[in-house]
Design a protein around this ligand. Structure first.
Ligand SMILES: NC(=O)C1=CN([C@@H]2O[C@H](COP(=O)(O)OP(=O)(O)OC[C@H]3O[C@@H](n4cnc5c(N)ncnc54)[C@H](OP(=O)(O)O)[C@@H]3O)[C@@H](O)[C@H]2O)C=CC1
Ligand SMILES: O=C(O)C1=N[C@H](C(=O)O)C[C@H](O)C1
Length: 249
């Protein structure tokens, strides 16, 4: 069985990963709060992660935490020579560069969304934007009221896919006198209740509206995808990998 360490083990996604790990074994977790164990998984401070990765003979780390915590553990993975799956979102450019540096030394797979449906949505978005190349584009995402980063990592990834096809400028949450330019894309983030994650791209023009959307109904979908990615990553060469590499394999 693959021996997994979970970064952010006390969080919503950390708990979902522990629950979903039936074909792999979660042997240790990292979190800053002073808790000894979650569901029988011992918890270690991220500052001591490198030592714990060796002590618990970890094959791969699965991370759903906060950017600073993910970076601390990525550096521990480099020190201990352990592959890492990064699910945390909200990195700034410096954080992303530090992850890229880590991937020079270890296999590192980063995804803003571990659902297979979002993989397909991204392909559909690419085709729709390339084909309906003069339609207005508007991107919406909705998440639970505890989410701290906005727009979501997934919305930013969808925006990247769109910008590969068309030179559109994002306008975040319009207000006031804000007439629309042809080459802008409105981007909107809503936060409410316990909504697991919804994303929608609307393309409108030529007296018609096309809506491409995805809704996650349970965090288990992300946890299962991340664990699949973790198993796939063990034994790979150092480098930067994405969830599409796993799904297409
Ligand atoms: N890629 C994907 O498919 C998905 C990505 N996500 C992303 O995963 C991340 C976590 O989401 P979620 O579980 O809902 O958030 P939570 O707030 O529920 O959990 C965050 C976790 O991070 C821990 N943490 C805080 N600071 C540190 C640190 N310095 N080092 C290590 N751990 C730390 C917290 O525990 P403590 O305070 O005890 O340290 C907690 O366990 C977010 O960035 C979210 O966007 C979420 C779902 C799917
Ligand atoms: O914080 C969440 O919950 C989620 N975060 C990811 C994101 O920022 O895109 C993925 C998913 O939408 C759930």
């Amino acid at each position: 069985m693959t021996r997994v360490a979970v970064n952010g083990v006390t969080g919503q996604m950390g708990g979902a990963v522990v629950e979903a790990a039936t074909d792999s074994e979660v042997v240790v977790g990292f979190a800053t709060s002073e808790t000894d164990a979650v569901d029988g998984v011992p918890i270690v401070d991220p500052a001591d992660a490198a030592e714990a990765l060796r002590e618990y003979d970890v094959d791969v780390v699965v991370d759903f935490a906060v950017p600073e915590g993910a970076l601390t553990v990525a550096e521990a993975c480099v020190e201990a020579g352990v592959p890492m799956v990064v699910g945390t979102t909200g990195f700034d450019d410096d954080g992303l560069a530090r992850l890229r540096n880590a991937s020079d030394e270890i296999p590192l797979l980063k995804a803003t969304n571990f659902s297979q449906g979002i993989q397909v949505l991204q392909r559909l978005v690419s085709e729709a934007v390339a084909t309906l190349d003069d339609y207005d584009l508007e991107l919406m995402e909705t998440h639970h009221n505890r989410k701290v980063d906005a727009p979501s990592g997934t919305a930013n990834s969808i925006l990247d896919v769109i910008q590969e096809e068309r030179d559109v400028e994002p306008v975040y949450g319009r207000e006031g006198h804000a007439p629309r330019d042809d080459d802008e894309i409105g981007v909107f983030a809503r936060r409410a209740g316990d909504i697991r994650g919804e994303h929608e791209l609307v393309l409108a023009g030529n007296d018609e509206v096309l809506s491409l959307s995805h809704r996650a109904e349970d965090r288990g979908v992300f946890a299962a995808g991340a664990l699949d990615a973790a198993t796939w990553l063990v034994g790979r060469d150092a480098g930067w990998y994405e969830f599409g590499d796993v799904v297409d394999a």
